[in-house]
Design a protein around this ligand. Sequence first.
Ligand SMILES: [Zn+2]
Length: 451
Amino acid sequence: MAQSTNEINWQEVGEETITRLQGLLRLDTRNPPGNEIRAAEYLRSLLEAEGISGEIVGPSSDRGTFIARLRGDGSASPLLLMSHTDVVAVEPEKWTHDPFSGDIADGFIYGRGALDMKHMVTMEAMTMLLLKRSGARLKRDVIFMAAADEEVGGYQGAGWVVEHRPELIQSEYALNEGGGIGFEINGRRYYPVQTAEKGTVRFRIRTYGKPGHGSVPHHENAILKLAAILVKFTPDLLPVHFTDTLRGYIAAIASKQPPDIAQSLHAVLDDETTADAAIERLPLDESLKLRMHAMLRNTVTPTILDAGSQINVIPSEAEASIDGRNLPGWTPEMFLQELRSALDSDAEITLLEPSTPLQADIQSPLFNTIKDVLKERDPEAAAIPFLLTGGTDAKHVTKLGTKVYGFAPGLYAGAGEGRRVHSHDERISIRSLQWGVRVLYEVVERFASGT
Ligand SMILES: [Zn+2]
């Protein structure tokens, strides 16, 4: 049933997208243990039914990652549509709908993974089907990868593929989760496109003291030594460092704001030493300010304490685990050094499992295509580059030299909708899903066919 691109019936596509997403939400792929093979088989049969063949790969029979490819004429390098099919745990009693039902109520589809990220899996799968159905003339191969295991680090999914079957996904550009959902600042609308991602560096700080009886206090208590260090961990412990993404982010937000606010925004970029104070003066909501402070610097947050085993015994050791996130351009060793000098302490600090921060160009052809399509689908809004303070599978795929952009398009659904990710009653609005699938398709079709 060949149809040209401009003959796509978006009403029908919208209905089909809902059904496909519901089917995916009904598969329990909570990780751990994962069982992503369920989603991999579902997607394989969906694509194979229309002549797009693919392969399920992975370290074991239950942890499948599905990869398929539409061939272009080879005159440009491939584009990868990447996603993950695993989801995080649920507390079903706190949901108003069964988290694996795909229930529809009040214009929303409910289910674990509705926003993170089975909606994007579905939109990417639909994009593959629509490219095939419309007989789009592609210059670039378009590769589809629905990976296992992202929520626990991706080593059984995208990481495994990069290590063992890189030829299946080798590409110049990729679209991934991490951005795309519209949001508002002072009534102006923006679509974030993730161009950078922080790395993860875990630290362990250990102090040593003298043991003793709890009834005889002394100054060599390991807990007191640790506490004296931990009080220094305020959100602004580490200094500000501007990045390209941050400059682009502030400039793009300012471009849609009235002159006075725009000016205050630009003032953030005047000087690294006054940036925090400039943010505090902005008439923005607190959660956005907190995110901005975090985007400006390497961050360190104490998350686990471990000391002592009995209430009447002074322990000889105390330990804190620190969740650290580094900016693009910062190696774990540079980060450790910055932390040491900020703490001004000779405590034992150990580096654990670092991952590398990422940054893609904020002026690329793919980013420009995203901007062009958004301009047509929501003329009032602006696309803005942004730095994700968390991590995604991009950390694996960029090892192959791929430029990864986080863009899972969706409509602004009101303050608080985004907080449902990893929380109760995760849901996506039907309007948003149907708008998103069209935007994604148009970006991919235009970019891969080079028109
Ligand atoms: Zn995710």
